[in-house]
Design a protein around this ligand. Structure first.
Ligand SMILES: [Fe+2]
Length: 181
């Protein structure tokens, strides 16, 4: 038996949106997604939803999918507690190249008049700037037009072979270990 996990990576998320035009515009402008293809509901008999395939990396057919069900009565998710009464995902996250790029995204959000609903915050129990939360990164959160919670972050720690956290600056944080190596 191979030691290798047969799964290569988590590839994409398909999220339901109430207004396709609005959401395509939002994701294109904020994150720089490109539209690969867009299809009407029922073009293929087994697919009764409208779909837009978006790509962040040019070589990918898609890394994000927006779906819309014609005739469905959509209700916006609660901005502050978007998991209330649902089993939908809690948030989606995008990693910036570095802190400067992350600050650029903050400026972009401001320019688009999008409210930052949480942060900027340092998710850390080890960094003196940290608020005691997890993941070792710097982050802020916004909502998309339907109230889907989006996280934009930089500088996440990585994990050494022995399970020790390594800061984005390459320093081992000896007191910080993963639960399972
Ligand atoms: Fe997150």
């Amino acid at each position: 038996m191979t030691e290798r996990n047969p799964i290569k990576l988590f590839h994409h998320m398909a999220i339901d949106v109430s207004d396709m035009e609005k959401s395509i515009a939002f994701y294109r402008k904020l994150f720089g997604y490109k539209l690969t293809e867009r299809h009407e509901a029922g073009e293929v008999e087994a697919i009764p939803v409208e779909l837009a395939f978006l790509r962040l990396r040019n070589s990918n057919h898609h890394d994000m999918v927006l779906s819309h069900t014609p005739g469905k009565k959509y209700r916006a998710r609660n901005a502050q507690d978007n998991i209330e009464g649902t089993t939908l995902f809690h948030h989606l996250a995008w990693q910036c190249h570095d802190r400067d790029a992350w600050l650029e995204m903050q400026a972009q959000v401001k320019e688009m008049d999008i409210e930052i609903i949480r942060g900027p915050v340092v998710h850390s129990a080890y960094d003196p700037r940290g608020e005691g939360s997890w993941g070792e990164n710097e982050s802020f959160y916004v909502l998309d037009p339907d109230g889907h919670r989006l996280e934009i972050f930089c500088d996440m720690a990585s994990i050494d072979e022995d399970g020790t956290f390594v800061s984005y600056e390459g320093e081992r944080i000896e007191e910080a270990k993963v639960a399972e190596v």
